[in-house]
Design a protein around this ligand. Structure first.
Ligand code: FE2
Length: 179
């Protein structure tokens, strides 16, 4: 519970202050092909920065578990939240969304439910996209022909991960929350 709150506070911090620097941008260029980079570019800057941190943590965790494919681990980290790009958020909306998700999750879930239809009011639709971003992102990535293992781990990161989940999904969850 405490780690979850800590993670949310860190997310809120990112929301306000995270900036991609030249080193981050070069690192992303070195680890994604053109269609993948185009999807990454659709993310707001604070999500890009969070994804770079998640990718680097994932490489460390993956190598510790014997996974040597650094490019695949980087791709998984960099693209895991790409579904959030399906709906652009203003700063005010981002603030409300992150606050409700962190501190009043039932209201966050209720707003997401109110946005479940494509013609739902935009304000609620943004909550729906945020809540369902794992599955939405997986669909975007399968159109970009990203490998199956990466898509599977990204799909799963929106749901409960246990010790029986695929290793990549477990590592992604850990990297996402600890970064
Ligand atoms: Fe994330």
């Amino acid at each position: 519970m405490l780690s979850r709150v800590g993670y949310r506070i860190k997310q809120s911090w990112f929301l306000l202050f995270a900036k991609m620097n030249a080193e981050d941008k070069a690192w992303v260029r070195n680890h994604l092909n053109i269609p993948e980079a185009a999807l990454f570019e659709m993310l707001p800057e604070f999500e890009q920065k969070h994804s770079v941190g998640t990718a680097k943590a994932l490489i460390r965790l993956g190598k510790a578990r014997g996974i040597q494919d650094e490019r695949m681990l980087a791709k998984l980290g960099l693209l895991h939240d790409v579904g959030k790009a399906a709906c652009r958020l203003g700063l005010f909306e981002k603030g409300i969304l992150v606050f409700l998700n962190a501190f009043i999750p039932p209201v966050y879930s209720w707003f997401a439910y109110l946005g479940r239809r494509e013609k739902s009011p935009k304000f609620f639709r943004k909550f729906y996209v945020h809540k369902k971003h794992a599955k939405i992102g997986a669909r975007m990535l399968s159109r970009a022909r990203v490998e199956t293992g990466v898509i599977q781990a990204i799909t799963l990161h929106g749901s409960k991960i246990t010790k029986k989940s695929p290793l990549l999904a477990q590592l992604l969850k850990a990297a996402d929350e600890t970064y």
